[in-house]
Design a binder for this molecule. Structure first.
Ligand code: RB5
Length: 144
């Protein structure tokens, strides 16, 4: 998909990476909604995963990005929402595959595990890679 509208959020572990991602997205012409957090104070990642999931569900964003220390908590929390297919990725290939095979609509990143360049490469792949459809359609339908 070529993403046009995207909601992004992080916990305190992902604030700096979130800023770098927003800059990249704006450079690419994506309309970004920053749902926080915006400081170093400790917050609970499920609250931010829920905010991004709500944006997907109400249609205000086509896609989402969630950043926490490991990306694990955000991916667990986001996938509690049936309309969300959140993928925790670690490199460009996994970011491409989550779009091609899984039609992921939320990308999860671990700011404490990935370097910034790798994380931005994942974002670039996520916003520009199309779902392949075909044999993958039925598999996704089984999860909804
Ligand atoms: C916060 O310390 C950390 O637990 C969180 O960012 C995330 O890694 C949870 O999965």
């Amino acid at each position: 998909m070529t993403v046009k509208t995207l909601a992004i959020a992080s916990d305190h572990g992902g604030v700096e990476l979130k800023s770098a991602i927003i800059e990249l997205l704006k450079d690419r012409g994506v309309e970004v909604s920053d749902l926080g957090t915006n400081g170093s104070a400790s917050v609970d990642y499920p609250d931010f995963a829920q905010a991004v999931a709500k944006s997907i569900i109400d249609g205000s964003a086509e896609a989402g990005i969630l950043v926490c220390g490991s990306g694990i908590g955000m991916s667990i929390a986001a996938n509690r929402f049936p309309q969300v297919r959140a993928a925790l990725v670690h490199d460009r290939l996994s970011a491409e595959l989550c779009r091609q095979h899984n039609n992921a609509n939320v990308l999860c990143l671990g700011a404490r595990l990935l370097g910034e360049a790798t994380a931005l490469d994942c974002v670039d792949a996520f916003i520009s890679t199309e779902f392949e459809g075909g044999r993958h359609e039925g598999r996704i339908a089984k999860m909804s």
